[in-house]
Design a protein around this ligand. Structure first.
Ligand SMILES: Cc1cc2nc3c(=O)[nH]c(=O)nc-3n(C[C@H](O)[C@H](O)[C@H](O)COP(=O)(O)OP(=O)(O)OC[C@H]3O[C@@H](n4cnc5c(N)ncnc54)[C@H](O)[C@@H]3O)c2cc1C
Length: 297
């Protein structure tokens, strides 16, 4: 039987996933496919499933710690980027980056999406995790999304069905096998100049309060009810701590940055230490916001 890479020339073998993680770490995927269209994605995913090969989606890799041994099976990414106004709302392909969406929406006078300038992920990954910033989140804007199952069949899911919560949705629980291929967002109309100023202001606030221009995974932990993970981690003495090539950011204690060829193991060790210290000192159990993907040591 021909292998997946022989059947589909676009499928790469032993692809280093560090190339697809914004943190810049991670071992190889057995197979990797960056799909130019939804149709090609459906075809490759269906073929992999019929061959018994597990399929894992990845977006922009901005929220994912890929383990040093990599990911077994096929890792897929939707490269297709498109934004169109439809009768239901703004239809955005899952591969579209949130900052690009924020900038384009502002330029065209569509309001509501400016927060996306601070979320360096894809629209698909952001729907799954109900990404949010500055008081706005995906849940407040999404009308519906289109998904593919592992057999390559598509269907439409309404926002209500997604059961969004704080950085949470059913895609993390009941629908781990579904791949989001697009989302439709409800947007308002506003002066493009005002919106562009709004985007700029959010970006500046980001630069002032978070590590900037260095590889990170975004917020490592979710904020616990009524408190901030960053405050607790700082109070527990984690700020600036270095393990191997990873460091708890000296700017914001809920960020881990890649200072010197970090390995996933360095990040996991820092994560565990922070969790353990906060639990011991404050009785609060921090829940990771980042996704840990791949084969464990
Ligand atoms: C500097 C920095 C700042 C950040 N600030 C914020 C912030 O303000 N607010 C916020 O919410 N987040 C923030 N993040 C985290 C991150 O950008 C978001 O969580 C983003 O939505 C993740 O999108 P992604 O495409 O990178 O997902 P990935 O990291 O690629 O994937 C995350 C998870 O989603 C799954 N997935 C990816 N694409 C799909 C798809 N199409 N269908 C189904 N599942 C999929 C993956 O399998 C994985 O489990 C920040 C990250 C960084 C590095």
């Amino acid at each position: 039987m021909p292998s997946l890479a022989e059947l589909f020339p676009g499928v790469r073998t032993d692809e280093p996933l560090s190339r697809h993680s914004q943190f810049g770490v991670g071992g190889p995927a057995d197979w990797f496919f960056s799909a130019p269209t939804v149709e090609s994605l459906a075809e490759v995913v269906a073929a992999a499933t019929s061959m018994g090969i597990p399929v894992t989606p990845i977006g922009a890799g901005s929220n994912t710690l890929i383990l040093d041994r990599g990911v077994r099976g096929l890792v897929v990414q939707l490269a297709h980027k498109e934004v169109n106004m439809t009768a239901e709302g703004l239809l955005v392909s899952a591969g579209t980056m949130m900052p690009r969406l924020a900038l384009d929406a502002a330029r065209q006078g569509f309001s509501g999406l400016s927060f996306g300038i601070g979320v360096p992920g894809s629209t698909g990954g952001s729907i799954r995790g109900n990404a949010g910033a500055f008081g706005s989140e995906i849940a407040g804007l999404l009308v519906q999304c289109e998904v593919l199952d592992t057999r390559g069949n598509s269907r439409t899911i309404s926002a209500e069905e997604c059961e969004f919560g704080y950085r949470d949705s059913r895609f993390k629980r009941d629908w781990i096998d579904l791949m989001i291929v697009s989302g439709t967002f409800t947007v308002g109309r506003s002066d493009p100049h005002v919106l562009q100023q709004e985007v700029k202001a959010i970006q500046q606030q980001r630069k002032a309060s978070q590590p900037y221009g260095i590889r990170s995974l975004g917020s490592v932990f979710k904020n616990p009810e009524g408190d901030y993970a960053g405050r607790l981690l700082e109070a527990a003495g984690m700020k600036g701590m270095v393990l191997g090539g990873a460091q708890v950011s000296p700017v914001h204690a809920n960020f881990i940055v890649n200072v010197r060829h970090a390995r996933a193991a360095d990040v996991l060790a820092l994560l565990e230490l922070g969790r353990e210290r906060v639990s011991r000192q404050f009785g609060v159990t921090l829940e990771p916001e980042i996704v840990v993907m791949g084969e464990k040591d």
